[in-house]
Ligand binder design. Sequence first.
Ligand code: GLN
Length: 200
Amino acid sequence: MLRIGLVMLQGARHAHLQALNSAAEELQLAIEIFELRNKNDLIQCKPNAIILPGGESTTMRLIGNGPNSQLFPKLFDWIRDHPNLPVLGTCAGAILLSDPQDDGEKIVDANISRNAFGNQSDSFQSTIYSSLLSRDFPGVFIRAPRFLDLGKKSTPVSLLGEEIVGVRTNNRVALTFHPELSNDFGFHKWLLIEALEGSS
Ligand code: GLN
């Protein structure tokens, strides 16, 4: 049984639950999803893969670094200590991975700018191409951040035209869009397949 840790502090987290379950069904894999709200949830979960959803990164930081949770300090160190662990961060999750603000090294090696595609009314849907999936994918962009530049430890994995909208460092993928809000579970299937390979 694969153990998937899903950060459940705020934002578009329930859509990830459904996407993970659909992806697992399509792959005929048994998974258990652990909802991560505090550091003890993470310690109990010992995840084979982790998802950081979209939402509002400032709110997530306040909760996740707060005294009742302390999830983020534990989570970021955990990911750094397990460089092959598959991690998927979407939108605000991509912001947290690229800019953890905890004095440690970046988890995804890129500089990112919040809300750089504009505000809510500038949200849009557009087809992107992902080299991770080797195909097109429906990109849902909601107050999306933009990658300013990529560090040496990163490779682009998704493009909107010429623009990089997905970045990978080790087995960690940061996407500026919301794959969980489409009907395509390709990125969730990628995460589960990586988790399966890492668990054997
Ligand atoms: N603008 C949000 C932030 O800065 C991210 C938007 C999203 O996750 N859809 O955290």
